[in-house]
Ligand binder design. Structure first.
Ligand code: MOS
Length: 689
């Protein structure tokens, strides 16, 4: 087991080192790298959901003011690999979803590009399309990688038939859309066969690795620069077609920067989203509320263009044990935009069905919802049989119950009423894997007045600039002020993605290893110029223990008896996530996740219009995300701990667990308030009438 690092900077509350630059407008995002003489891109998009774009008449666009280039499938540079149909754009006339890129205009101003893109006339051959997701769709099938999609143990049907208590219900979650404040942005410049990209991405090196083979380039021919990123939530975890479009268009104007910021409306079709799911949950339990059978059959909406399963069964595999289990995951490929990662992919959706069902089990057994979870704590990972690193779900639940004031709660629905409002409280569990990605490299060099630490990591608003300096300071045993950190550039040593809640663990491990190496090579009094680097491999502990974080989410809601209006009164999240490197940035991460969970519960839903195949409410006027007025005091706590299995840093990732279980806690509270069981998210006002 790894020795924990004695911490001095780690664990201290430090303001963001990039904060002042951000509020002064000095932190430059991708679009703010125009260089001299920039050009701007606006796309031409399909207005049908399926068929072919037979002809693109570009003559009016080419002749329009300021137009420098019109990109179409006819003049698009060739691609070396075309397997990834989302990224291998402009290969042919085929249209897989409405909004798909068909071409682009490059012009001197963004307005000229937009105007000229409107002038491109497209002749379509239209085919009937289907964007209507339903779980019993005839084309529902196992995902291409069935390994993670089916897990069957014993005989669930027989066990359910003999169970003392049965919960059998279907839970539906809608399309939800990543809406980082900064849209997906690319500024691309070609110099001969070298491509430079100022890119809004969660991982410069991973993005480069993914696009280089498609463009037929060696990775060294691409440089990606991403010093500041205005949010991502998974949607910038892998490149989407906007990057390819800009890179292909810029090829026609060598030496010039071409800038494209995806519009808010375009984001709803082009930058990934959480697909709709339907989860049929069947729980069987004995008299004491112990699970004897878990059936969890999930179906998620996908795209013919590229498959993406929303693995709702993923958290169910490790949350609760039962002698009989049947977990299945299917996808329904449609003529629809390509789904992708959105904060807590798998867990966030799956823990809606699972944790509402656990609440229903509590009601059916007459047990307290905390007690029913305590009784169903598995001793080991129910699937792999591995012991958990340190599964402190019960500690989170009990600590939360204390802080939230859970004891003395009358479990009966509609038992609390004040001034015409029904008040209820609810709880749900949270979990997320705590993994390290191998391959991050940190380099440390002694300078005249401190240490330069370089790693190609990304700060997507999470605090990477701040916390990695804290880790480096403790690794080297120097004050944090002596650390000069470099991140956000493929010219820096390789780093893994800011995704899957793996950033801290992966980059932190590399920095600590490099610091150790530096001290060994250069001793206590290193001369300026002394340099070392090290690469973090896999976390060996992942072979021996099931690495997960846990949490407990508590919510109180008020629902108006006359109108059904729901208001969130308060929330509390208690998390077990290993050592917390910076309480300030960590709190923001948990809080942000929980706030997104409020959106899942009460606001967010992409309304697909099956007639046309597009999300109708594709802007922030109609697609509601929680705003300040929706968010009351949210309290965040964490257990004081260090995880020795997480390496010397002792920290696990915290980017995603905050959203997990949050929505379920809110609708469980709404049930307690009203006796109305919501099984379809979001719970709009009339859900409670
Ligand atoms: Mo997260 S959805 O893996 O960026």
């Amino acid at each position: 087991m790894a020795e924990l690092l004695p911490a001095s900077a780690i664990g201290t509350d430090r303001v963001r080192s990039d904060g002042a630059d951000k509020v002064r407008g000095r932190a430059r995002y991708a679009y703010e790298h125009p260089g001299p003489d920039p050009l701007y891109l606006f796309p031409v998009q399909a207005t049908i959901a399926r068929g072919r774009a037979l002809v693109l008449n570009t003559s009016a666009a080419v002749a329009a003011d300021g137009v420098v280039h019109v990109l179409t499938p006819d003049n698009a540079p060739p691609l070396a690999e075309t397997d990834d149909r989302e990224l291998a754009i402009l290969r042919d006339a085929e249209i897989g979803f409405r909004g798909q890129y068909l071409g682009a205009v490059v012009a001197t101003t963004p307005e000229q590009a937009r105007r000229a893109a409107d002038l491109v006339e497209v002749t379509y051959e239209t085919e009937p399309h289907d964007t209507d997701f339903r779980p019993d769709h005839p084309s529902a099938r196992l995902p291409e990688d069935p390994d993670s999609a089916e897990y069957i143990l014993g005989d669930v049907d027989a066990a359910l038939a003999g169970a003392h208590i049965v919960v059998d219900a279907v839970y539906d979650t809608p399309m939800e859309h990543n809406n980082p404040m900064e849209p997906h942005t690319t500024v691309a410049r070609w110099d001969d066969d070298e491509l430079t990209l100022w890119l809004s991405t969660q991982g410069a090196h991973p993005a480069r690795d993914m696009i280089a083979p498609i463009l037929g380039l060696d990775r060294e021919q691409i440089r990606i620069i991403n010093p500041h990123v205005g949010g991502g939530f998974g949607s910038k975890g892998i490149p989407h077609a906007d990057l390819m479009l800009t890179a292909l268009a810029a090829r026609a104007v060598p030496g010039r920067r071409v800038a494209y910021a995806v519009s808010r409306q375009q984001m709803f079709a082009l930058t990934g989203h959480r697909p709709a799911t339907s989860q049929h949950v069947r729980l069987g339990a004995d008299r004491e509320g112990r699970l004897t059978a878990i059936g969890f059959d999930a179906v998620s909406m996908s795209s013919h263009t590229k498959e993406f399963p929303e693995l709702a069964i993923k958290p169910v595999r490790m949350m609760y044990a039962a002698e009989h289990r049947r977990l299945t995951q299917k996808v329904v490929p449609l003529d629809a935009p390509v789904p992708s990662w959105m904060r807590g992919p798998g867990e966030a959706a799956g823990m809606v069905g699972m944790e509402i069902a656990m609440d229903e089990l509590a009601v059916a057994t007459g047990l307290d919802p905390i007690e029913v979870r305590v009784r169903n704590e598995p001793a080991r990972h129910p699937d792999t049989g591995l012991p958990f690193n340190r599964r402190r779900l019960i500690d989170c639940l009990r600590t939360g119950a204390d802080r939230f004031g859970w004891s003395g709660r009358d479990p009966a629905p509609r038992s609390r009423r004040e001034n015409g409002w029904l008040i209820g409280t609810g709880v749900a569990a949270a979990t997320y894997p705590a993994l390290r990605q191998p391959g991050s490299i940190a380099r440390i060099r002694r300078t005249d007045d401190g240490y330069r630490v370089d790693i190609g990591a990304a700060d997507i608003g999470t605090g990477t600039w701040t916390v990695l300096a804290q880790v480096a300071a403790d690794g080297l045993g120097v004050p944090v002020e002596q650390i000069d950190l470099g991140i956000g550039d493929t010219d820096l040593p390789n780093a893994t993605v800011a995704g899957g809640s793996t950033g801290m663990a992966s980059w932190g491990a590399a920095i600590l290893l490099a610091a150790e190496e530096f001290r060994r090579e250069h001793g206590a009094d290193p001369a300026p110029g002394a340099e070392s680097q090290a690469e973090a491999g896999e976390n060996p502990a992942e072979e021996e223990v099931a690495m997960h974080s846990f949490g407990a989410q508590f919510a109180q809601v008020s629902i108006n008896e006359l109108t059904g209006e729901i208001r969130l009164d308060r929330m509390l999240g208690v998390f077990s996530a290993g050592r917390i490197v910076n309480p300030r940035t960590a709190r923001s991460q948990f809080l942000g996740g929980m706030t997104m969970g409020v959106g899942m519960a009460l606001h967010e839903k992409g309304e697909m219009d099956p007639r046309f195949g597009h999300v109708v409410n594709h802007d922030l006027a109609d697609y509601h995300v929680p705003v300040n007025a929706d968010i009351p005091e949210i309290e965040v706590e964490w257990l004081d701990e260090s995880d020795p299995h997480a390496g010397p840093l002792g920290a696990r990732g915290i980017g995603e667990i905050g959203i997990v279980g949050a929505a379920a806690s809110i609708v469980n509270a709404a049930y307690h308030a009203t006796g109305v069981r919501v099984r379809e998210l979001p719970a709009f006002g009339d859900a409670f009438l």
